[in-house]
Ligand binder design. Sequence first.
Ligand code: APR
Length: 247
Amino acid sequence: MQAGPKQLFSEELRGRFGEANRVLVLTGAGVSAESGVPTFRGGGNAAVWKGIPFEVISSAGMLERDLPAVWEWFNYRRGLLEALKPNPAHEAIARWQDRFSDFTLVTQNIDGLHQAAAAREVIELHGSIWRARCVHCAAHHNLRELRIDNGVPACFDCGSSMRPDVVLFGEMLPAGAFERAAAKAAVCELCFVVGTSAVVYPAAAIPEIARAAGAYVVEVNPERTPLSELCNEVLTGSAGEILPLLG
Ligand code: APR
């Protein structure tokens, strides 16, 4: 028998959900799993490209060595994403931005599915697969308007090579993104951690900051993570099934 909201959520959580103003949500690949996006580690099949582990093909070193191969890998991922739609977890989170007076959505995902569910002002810690950035003048270009089949696209502004505007392993996060998320985590009352294995830093530090500042931290994941111990409440299951039940 499927656990109903009454069993799934504590009175404490329901009370806080009903009263909170400052709410932060951190999401990872798991929030997009029910849309068909493969996760990197838990649950779904680990991503490997032509025998190259994703940590390698998605690394700064690979960008130096073989930019066309990096584009091929992200073109493949973008091709996978094109047909995918947001799921009820994305939709619930998008609704929350109008429910709470001070709502912050932070994602590690580059898939753009939160925005496709009408989420606004998403803090994208790891960039977006739908943007390219010039390696010379740092101009950003929207890839939805571009068809890139092979090779390396050139910057419209200065003609130099462009790279995917995604944070690769070994690279820094976009300027200010983590700082903005951390500042909101330090003042939030309620923090949801949805669909992340919580092993990649600095993203995984955000719920730790919230907890240390006294927020009520809730994890939503079918599997336990290194963060579970630290949470006030763990909701075991799929985000697409659990989040809509909250409201
Ligand atoms: N609902 C909620 N959680 C889910 C679901 C689901 N339907 N399906 C899987 N999960 C959980 C898994 O149990 C796992 O803990 O989502 C988590 C996905 O973990 P990862 O694949 O490690 O993804 P993430 O935590 O987002 O990875 C962080 O690592 O690879 C880099 O840059 C990449 O942003 C990524 C970062």
